[in-house]
Each structure stands twice: as structure tokens, then as C-alpha cells.
Design a binder for this molecule. Structure first.
Ligand code: G4P
Length: 548
């Protein structure tokens, strides 16, 4: 008797259901959407797993790890992924903790990472930087941090592996500040390290968290001792406590106190020490994420900034994962919700195509499985299955023309020229590359002079993925060869005459057009690029370009 008459149900599903704006604001406020940035082996997978354990999203340690190594691959759709035992495609995990909804966007940490990694960071509101405390700041961390900086994304820092012999903590902070150009505000401070790792001192709470090794349980509590002057500490470890007092004095004098505003502006990072594998310091980082990291914020679109708690739904696609099922050539577009409320079955407008679609099937990526989502709010990620009509950078709304900006293509660092063994397959090659290019799997450049297409990638693994997919999905056996190209820059120029002169000059031989028809300069060396830039001051050479 509680059920409404069936015609009422139909009527309601006809149009998009309106959700009160207070509910939207409440849901947005409790959301945190972040990604982990780190160099391979720093402990991202381990930390991800511990975060999920805390939330109860997974029960068993080893679940994420197993997925990484391919033993338990839920996504073994791609041959190469199985072969290499790494997850080529990044995915999304959602879990709840302390009344918050946390969306963790996985960024592949492998050195052969792809543009996906970069673009995933355009969809987060904050990032957690994991550093191996024995190694300090490494190459990939630098690259990823620079991407975060493009949007002033707030960064939390976790210094991992304190259960091993590490570098001096002060030296580590110094390195972060000088190499990454971000101010450090230590929040916890390590007491000893390696075999003598005793725990961490919480500088803001004046508490000591005692370290205990080898715990795999999520509900475990570490013992807390209040006050650095507590006589119990001096009894427990007289040597380390003297050292700690000295260091804390130094830290208070030499480093910056935590400042929420500076953190939110991306200028300061709170730093935590711990050991992911021992689950130690993980809760502190999770709490900091909920307490300090921002809820979804305004997003820039071409016409105006969009606020997350506006009632109408809007969002953009930042990633495409293709051929989940090779038999159907289907793709999943990962959409970051930017405003409003999304509900399965609602109608949304695909702005680039000017078409309204009814979204009857949606996926979200829960910790261990793909599930149907019923609803989502700003900050959430939803997966829209499609047959290739959705592209990276596409915006969706309930009708308003809101093209979101800031979803860039990055100038590739690696180049290959591509040939095919069977010339009769040239059409399939072009079709395949066109589609793979649209998906963001690789960038395709057509030089103005000379025949072979040039592929560009930010990680060399992308070439293997493309070769394997060309063969399996398009039946094209392509040969990739090294080229003399070392970097690419997109070119823009207001002065049409200067641009025409440039095209006619000797540098013009290095011009190519990308898949969307944008002009690029393919430089043969760093010196060549620099000289060309100096010679053509009227032209701007861009290292990124926005989606067309
Ligand atoms: P990644 O995703 O960033 O690449 O790193 P991952 O978590 O896979 O960790 C890399 C290695 O570092 C793993 O060892 C992992 O066990 C270890 N590790 C992570 N956190 C800690 C820590 O707090 N202390 C110590 N001592 N080690 C840590 P592995 O030998 O490569 O893998 P496995 O055989 O242990 O699985």
C-alpha cells in the first residue's frame, strides 16, 4: 500500500528528478576526491590498500596488491596488461569513512605511465604525495607534482618506509622544498628509524603514537602517549627522546607551521611520516584528508565558473577506457561530476554533439568490483558506456552550454614513426590510429612533408599498447621505428604573416598536424627547439593544449 501507482512512477522517470539544493550541498561537502602521486615502488599500492582497509571497503589485505600483480585481474581485457602484470589503465575507488565519501582515483605509477596519469589529476580536488623516505624526491614525483601545480591542487605528503633506514627527515623536507618548490609543514615527526623506529610525534596535538610492526588489521589501535615531556617516554627510550626534543625544537624554529589557507592554495604541504606496510600513520593521513583537503570546488567552463552545489547536473570526461569487451568495441567514458545530482535514467546533454542521451546504464568503480550506480554528486566519478562517440574533454549538462576547460593534452616526450607491413591495410591503420588518438591512448602527428605518421606518447609503454591494440582490434601489423624527434610543441600565433613565413622557412619542414588538426613543431633536439623559439618570437610554443 506504500507503493505509488505505477503511472506516477513512469511520470517521475520521464523527467529528471529534482533533489533539494540543501541535500546537494550536504552531499558535496562530505566528498573528497583525490589521487596518489608517487614514483614507482614508493608504496602507493600498499597505501591504497590500507586506506581501503580502514574504510572497510575491502576486508582482506592483498586485494589491491593482487590486482596490481595481475594475479586477480578484474580487468584482464587487455593482453598487454596481463603480460606486463601492471595496470595500464587507472581506475577509481569509492569508499566511505567518518561520514565522508572518498573517491580515490588511481594513477598508474609505472615509469612507462601514460597521458592517462596526467589527465586523471585534472579530475581530483587534492593529491597525496607518497615519498620513499630512503630515496627522497624522485623523477616521476616531480613530473606529477608539476601537473598538480597547473591547477594549484592541494598536496598532502606521506614519507613512507620509516621502518627502514631512511634519509635524515630534515634533509627530506629540505629536498621537497628546494626540488618541488612547495613549503613543508611537518605535522608528525619520526622518532628514530629502521630497527629503532619508535613512532611519530604529532606536532599539533603534542602526542606520541607508538610504533608496532607487522599489523595487517584495520581496527588496530596504536598506543598514544600524551606530551613530549611525559616521563614514561624517557623511561621507554631515553636515547631517542632526547634526540626528538632537539629535533622538535629545530623543526619548530626552522619550518613553517601548518596553515590551512596556504595548503588549500597549493603553496604548502602538510607532511606525515609513517610506514604504509605496517599500517602506521595511515589513519592520520586519512583524517587529514577529510579534515583539511577540500570538498569539490568551482570548475571553470568557457562561459562561467560552475559551482558544485548548483542544482543542474554537469560534468566532463577525463578518461576513456576502451574495449572492455573486445567483442563489442565498447568504451567507458570516465566522467567527473562537477555540479548537481546525477541519477541513473536521467537525461543529459552531450554538448559537443548537441544530443540528449538517456543514461540507463552507468558504472562506478568500487574498491573491488564494478557496480551499477544509482546516483552521484559533484566530486564523484561515473562511467558511461558508449560506442566511441564520447571523447576526452567532452562536457555534459542538463542543457546549458558549459564546456569545461583545463583538460589538457600534454606534449609527448617519446616519438615513433609508424609503417605497416601490408600496404593494403593503410585504411585500417588510419582508422585505428584515429580512434586510439581520440581515446587519448596515443597522439598522432602527420608531418606536412614526408609520408610516415608520427606517434607521440608521454610514456613508452603507450607504444606497446597501441601496437597490440592495432593488431588485435584492427588487424593491422604495424612497425614502429625510432625517429630523430625529441619533443613537440603546439604552435599558436596571432600574426598570420609571421605564421606563413614560418611555414615557408626551413623550420617549416618540421611542422606536423595532430589528429584534431592543430599545428605542432616537432623539434629534433632541445637546442633545436630553443633556437627555433628564439628565431620566431612572434610564435608561441605550447607544451600542453586544451581539448579542441
Ligand atoms: P608502488 O605501488 O608505489 O609501486 O609501491 P608498492 O606499494 O607496490 O610498494 C613497493 C614495495 O615497497 C613493496 O615491496 C612494498 O611491500 C614495499 N613497502 C611499501 N610500504 C612499505 C613500508 O612502509 N615499509 C617497507 N619496509 N616496505 C614498504 P616489494 O618487495 O616490491 O613487494 P612485495 O614483495 O612486498 O609485495
Amino acid at each position: 500500500t506504500d507503493l505509488p501507482p505505477s503511472d506516477a512512477v513512469d511520470a517521475a522517470s520521464e523527467s529528471n528528478r529534482k533533489v533539494p539544493s540543501e541535500l546537494i550541498s550536504r552531499e558535496v561537502a562530505r566528498r573528497r576526491t583525490f589521487g596518489i602521486i608517487s614514483h614507482p615502488d614508493a608504496g602507493k599500492t600498499t597505501l591504497t590498500e590500507k586506506l581501503l582497509l580502514f574504510s572497510g571497503a575491502i576486508q582482506l589485505a592483498g586485494t589491491v596488491k593482487a590486482r596490481k600483480s595481475g594475479r586477480h585481474a578484474t580487468s584482464d581485457w587487455m593482453e598487454i596488461e596481463k603480460q606486463r602484470g601492471i595496470s595500464v589503465a587507472s581506475s577509481v575507488m569509492q569508499f566511505e569513512y567518518r561520514e565522508h565519501v572518498v573517491n580515490l582515483l588511481d594513477t598508474p605509477g609505472h615509469q612507462d605511465f601514460s597521458e592517462d596519469t596526467y589527465r586523471v589529476l585534472t579530475a581530483v580536488d587534492s593529491a597525496l604525495m607518497v615519498i620513499d623516505a630512503a630515496k627522497g624526491v624522485e623523477e616521476q614525483t616531480i613530473k606529477l607534482l608539476n601537473v598538480c601545480r597547473m591547477r594549484d591542487t592541494p598536496i598532502l605528503t606521506f614519507m613512507n618506509k620509516l621502518d627502514r633506514e631512511c634519509r635524515d627527515p630534515l634533509e627530506l623536507l629540505d629536498e621537497v622544498e628546494s626540488v618541488l618548490k612547495i613549503q613543508c609543514a611537518p605535522v608528525t615527526w619520526p622518532i628514530g628509524m629502521g630497527k629503532n623506529f619508535r613512532g611519530v610525534y604529532h606536532l599539533l596535538r603534542d602526542e606520541i603514537l607508538l610504533f608496532k610492526a607487522g599489523e595487517e588489521r584495520a581496527d588496530q589501535e596504536f598506543e598514544v602517549v600524551k606530551g613530549i615531556d611525559n616521563p614514561r617516554l624517557a623511561e621507554m627510550f631515553p636515547l631517542e627522546i632526547e634526540q626528538l626534543k632537539m629535533e622538535v625544537e629545530l623543526v619548530h624554529g626552522a619550518s613553517h607551521p601548518f596553515d590551512l589557507e596556504e595548503f588549500l592554495a597549493g603553496r604548502q604541504t602538510p607532511v606525515f611520516f609513517g610506514s604504509a606496510i605496517n599500517n602506521f600513520g595511515v589513519r592520520e593521513i586519512l583524517n587529514a584528508l577529510l579534515d583539511w583537503a577540500p570538498a569539490p570546488r568551482n570548475r571553470d567552463a568557457t562561459v562561467r565558473a560552475v559551482e558544485p552545489n548548483e542544482e543542474p547536473f554537469s560534468g566532463f570526461v577525463f578518461k576513456i577506457q576502451a574495449n572492455m569487451d573486445p567483442a563489442h568495441r565498447d568504451r567507458i567514458a570516465f566522467l567527473r561530476v562537477c555540479s548537481g545530482h546525477f541519477e541513473r535514467g536521467m537525461k543529459i546533454k552531450h554538448l559537443r554533439l548537441g544530443r540528449e542521451i538517456k543514461v540507463s546504464s552507468v558504472v562506478t568503480f568500487m574498491a573491488s568490483s564494478r557496480e551499477q550506480v544509482e546516483e552521484a554528486y559533484a566530486g564523484d566519478i561515473i562511467g558511461l558506456p558508449n560506442h566511441g562517440n564520447m571523447q576526452i574533454g567532452d562536457s555534459f549538462s542538463e542543457g546549458e552550454m558549459l564546456q569545461f576547460t583545463g583538460i589538457p593534452y600534454f606534449a609527448p616526450d617519446f616519438f615513433r614513426s609508424v609503417r605497416i607491413r601490408n600496404p593494403l591495410k593503410i585504411k585500417q591503420l588510419h582508422k585505428g590510429l584515429q580512434q586510439l588518438g581520440e581515446e587519448g591512448a596515443v597522439q598522432v602527428f602527420k608531418p606536412v612533408h614526408g609520408g610516415d605518421l608520427i606517434l607521440g606518447a608521454v610514456g613508452v609503454l603507450q607504444f606497446e599498447v597501441v601496437a597490440s591494440r592495432l593488431l588485435n582490434e584492427y588487424g593491422v601489423d604495424a612497425v614502429f621505428e625510432g625517429t630523430s624527434i625529441s619533443s613537440a610543441r603546439w604552435i599558436s600565433c596571432e600574426d598570420k604573416r609571421a605564421l606563413a613565413d614560418f611555414e615557408k622557412s626551413s623550420a617549416g619542414a618540421n611542422i606536423a598536424f595532430d589528429a584534431s588538426g592543430n599545428m605542432a613543431y616537432l623539434a629534433t633536439s632541445g637546442v633545436n627547439l630553443k633556437l627555433t623559439q628564439e628565431r620566431w618570437p612572434q610564435l608561441t610554443f605550447h607544451a600542453t593544449r586544451e581539448h579542441a
